[in-house]
Design a protein around this ligand. Structure first.
Ligand code: HEM
Length: 330
């Protein structure tokens, strides 16, 4: 435990297991290299699609048949879809109507219910939604957890304060920690939200307006692509007590109670708000407090400070880093 290690892969596997339990009704062992490969391919494809070659593919369709790097996206996608098809097939074979075990079974029930009303529910869109949820649900939450750990080693005083609050609560509690406990942990809740505000996982959201909109004296014509700058709202000087520094008081009132300002739009806002927000908040809270309860996180190098600059992409991730763990003597 004294050896510094990069926690990113373990975090990704743990978070993906939550997504897999919801979607497929089972988790995957960390040693399962075939699922590890699927996660790796979704990661590579996400990066490639959001990068230069993804843009070329989308904007210059006549180049699509050439052996350019975007062929890798197509090749990887075939492997990922084969994995999802196998899950769907296995579920179909063991499905009992109206006894859903997971998302796929719920979808089958819905297909059955709507089979005569011309709905858009079909097995292809089931497979596409599985892929969307696997990608949207894994990388984002895993990135937020990595930021939380990196910030804890950067601000050991904040980590110590979280641990004290947790210990105080655990002293008066006999059973296991659960999500409902968050109401008794205002400082930890403030830290969790401040991590999501300070290091914005998805800095930009892309929308398209389906009718002409008048906004702040501007007219946005129908079908215009609009980039919503989430990061700017989260660092807006008129909205936050400490817009540019990591400071949990952004989410605490004078009495030390947790409050969530309206400008907290890490998960977007309105009709297209992130549909995984509740699941993500639950995961972040439970992973964070469980880790905190068992380990102290330590920055391994005395000569350098942690690097909090982000690697910009569709998700804004920390640069690769290592931490050291010290087991708590509880
Ligand atoms: C820390 C974790 C997460 C963050 C920061 C995050 C953030 C976001 C943001 C900013 C959007 C775009 C909202 C907009 O367009 O205005 C979004 C959309 C979405 N998210 Fe998340 N998300 C997280 C976790 C999850 C999880 C766990 C899931 C599912 C398991 C998920 C599923 C989705 C889906 C399906 C959409 C598209 C919704 C739509 O277009 O209607 N997200 N998320």
């Amino acid at each position: 435990m004294d050896t510094p290690f990069n926690p990113s892969e373990l975090i990704k596997r743990a978070v993906s297991n939550v997504t897999c339990s919801v979607l497929f009704g089972h988790r995957n062992e960390y040693e399962d290299n075939s699922f590890g490969n699927i996660l790796h391919l979704t990661d590579v494809n996400f990066k490639l699609t959001c990068g230069f070659w993804g843009e070329v593919y989308n904007t210059l369709p006549f180049l699509r048949c050439l052996p350019l790097p975007f062929q890798k996206i197509i090749k990887n996608k075939k492997v990922i879809l084969a994995f999802l098809n196998k899950e769907i097939k296995e579920h179909r074979e063991s499905w009992t109507p109206l006894e859903p075990r997971d998302y796929i079974d719920y979808y089958f029930d819905e297909l059955e219910k709507r089979k005569n009303d011309g709905s858009s529910f079909n097995e292809e869109s089931l497979r596409d939604s599985l892929l969307d949820l696997l990608v949207a649900g894994t990388d984002t939450t895993a990135t937020a957890l990595q930021w939380a750990l990196l910030i804890m080693v950067t601000y050991p005083d904040v980590q110590a304060k979280c641990y004290s609050e947790l210990c105080l609560m655990l002293d008066s509690k006999a059973d296991e920690l659960c999500y409902e406990d968050r109401s008794k942990l205002p400082y930890i809740q403030a830290v969790q939200h401040e991590v999501l505000r300070f290091k914005v996982v998805i800095p930009l959201a892309i929308h398209s307006v389906n009718q002409e909109v008048k906004f702040l004296g501007y007219t946005i014509p129908k079908d215009t692509r609009v980039m919503v700058n989430i990061e700017s709202a989260l660092h807006d000087e008129s909205q936050w007590k400490h817009p540019h520094e990591f400071n949990p008081s952004n989410f605490l009132n004078d009495k030390g109670e947790f409050l969530k300002p309206e400008a907290f739009i890490t998960f977007g806002a309105g009709l297209r708000v992130c549909l995984g927000e509740n699941l993500a908040q639950m995961e972040l809270f439970l992973f964070f407090v469980s880790l905190l309860k068992n380990f102290e996180f330590i920055w391994p190098e005395s000569s350098t400070a942690p690097d909090l600059t982000s690697m910009f992409g569709a998700t804004s991730t920390p640069r690769p880093f290592e931490v050291k763990l010290r087991k708590r003597l509880t």
